[in-house]
Design a protein around this ligand. Sequence first.
Ligand code: FA5
Length: 350
Amino acid sequence: MELEQIKSQSEEAESAALAALNAAATVSELERLKPEILGKKCPLRQLMKLLGQLDAHLRPAAGAIINEAVSRVERAYQDRLDHLREAELEKRLIEEKIDISLPPSFKATGTLHPLTLTVREIERIFVSMGYEVATGPEVETEYYNFDALNIPPEHPARDMHDTFFLAPGTILRTHTSPVQIRYMRTHKPPIAIIAPGRVFRVDDIDATHSPVFHQVEGLLVDVDVSFAHLKGTLTEFLHAMFGKDLATRFRPSYFPFTEPSAEVDVQCFACRGTNAECRICKGTGWIEVLGSGMVHPKVLENVGLNPKEVSGFAFGLGVERFAMLRYGITNIRNFYENDLRFLRQFQQRW
Ligand code: FA5
């Protein structure tokens, strides 16, 4: 056996191994090849067995030839492995790429109801004037809803509040005025509150009336409160709410729990008094939006206050009427029908 023979067999086995590993197209194919081209029994290493047939002095050189060939195949194997791994990673990154420019799957987010928006605007204006927000129950006693407000059982004013009775003495409140009583019984003057909430009346539904609607009550009690305070506060509020170009007017009225009393009208937003047939104002040119007056001395006495020491004013406004004026809505039914085409016009979310 000659050294030349070993050398050529080694070159042959090496190029066969290199060809095989270069032909492997994937990492797993290459790894499957490994025992065949670099394992203990691979053709290259098998050549070591031939060393015994060489002269002893040629053996180290022959061993070195084979070992160097093995090292080259090992390096080539490692390079190919790195290359294939990188290529596969690249391919995966491209295939699994997330297109963040796609629109997200649709989730419906609600918007605030126009009545909520209106109550919040009313609250914002009064809170800016130093008022606090109070609440009371929707299921009320006849005492708080009527008697304590100076409306005794036989009083004709009870007829104007045709009422839903739940049990003897228990009703759905017909206005937010009982919150005045509840608040004055538990707080000492000075008092400045508004009380928003839902109220109920056996009223026939039409363009401006609903059997369930919302009011915001207002109450201010202190020393030396006069009608001028009432008029100034409500005028300021109405200007903040509607701007100064819709006219307002105070009209003498009657409520058993205020004396003197006034109802406040705002100029009709739809016709501004120019259409005798207008459905909104019924041709009057005005829309009634709230009742008000100086707190009746009897009401103050009913809650243990001395009318000679303190006085106050109160008002109660219809939220639906305010919202109709604010947004130019001509039918109160729109608020309760849950028609998304209507509700989507109010995009505010907070
Ligand atoms: C009252 O309810 C009194 N409690 C208001 C008040 C409070 C006066 C404090 C004095 C002092 P009235 O019944 O007028 O008053 O109702 C007040 C407002 O609620 C009306 O101006 C109107 O805007 C609204 N309103 C009344 N009935 C309905 C209804 N069926 N649907 C929608 N809004 C209504």
